[in-house]
Design a protein around this ligand. Structure first.
Ligand code: C5P
Length: 222
């Protein structure tokens, strides 16, 4: 079985209020994206790693790799306007239909190799495996100007990796883009495929706001 990892890192990070996109910020001395690539490089499946970067950050990334002596093999491809378009560009490099593809946000550097391997194994068995955690908070939904309480035990928060049999993911990404496609599961679900959740981790945080770097550094030191 051939394994792939598409790590999407082409976002501009406008919520971070930082000139440097969040995937390049230093976390314990090395860029966030290097932590993320290392997690996939160190897992048992040994996937071929595809990194999706915005066209204007390829040179900057190559400079960072030289500066940090970062030699983990990976292939670069340019990203697109939204995450959907970036994933689609990553998929275009994969020829096989019988491979397994994990799609992961570059800005989730605390993913563990154990969860990555579990997602590959479950995707082989069930067609796909989407990493998720149960909501710890009570949740309400706003509809027609009223807030309605939802049953907390039925609410899951979705993380990455989101791992699929290649044929399933490729077919789904042939659909035209719609704004509701916020992750890969929402794209694949649209083709009528059942989505399988597996256990993620509360530590698998998404670096989104400036304070998240400090939280990630604390978690890494633990
Ligand atoms: O913006 P959001 O936090 O949802 O981004 C999730 C991941 O998708 C990030 O790793 C980001 O770099 C990536 N992304 C991308 N191309 C885009 C937008 C986001 O690769 N056009």
């Amino acid at each position: 079985m051939k394994y792939y990892a598409i790590i999407v890192a082409a976002g501009s990070g406008s919520r971070m209020h930082s000139v440097v996109p969040k995937q390049f910020l230093l976390l314990n001395g090395i860029p966030v994206l290097m932590h993320t690539i290392n997690a996939f490089h160190n897992c048992q499946a040994q996937p071929r790693i595809i990194v999706v970067l915005s066209p204007d950050s390829h040179d900057y990334w190559n400079e960072l790799c030289a500066e940090h002596n970062f030699n983990v093999p990976h292939q670069l491809v340019s990203g697109g306007e939204t995450r959907f378009h970036s994933v689609k560009n990553g998929i275009s490099l994969i020829e096989e239909d019988d491979a397994i593809i994990a799609v992961h946000d570059a800005v989730r550097p605390l993913i563990t190799k154990e969860i990555i391997d579990e997602s590959y194994e479950c995707a082989i068995q069930y067609g796909n495996a989407i990493v998720a955690i149960k909501s710890r908070d009570s949740v309400r939904q706003i509809k027609n100007n009223r807030s309605i309480s939802l049953i907390r035990d039925e609410i899951y928060l979705i993380q990455t990796p989101q791992t699929f049999q290649a044929a399933q993911l490729k077919k789904a990404y042939q659909q035209p883009y719609v704004a509701g496609f916020t992750d890969d599961a929402s794209v694949v679900e649209q083709t009528g495929v059942n989505i399988n959740l597996i256990s993620g981790s509360y530590q698998n945080i998404k670096i989104t706001f400036p304070e998240d770097i400090a939280i990630a550094e604390f978690l890494l030191k633990q």
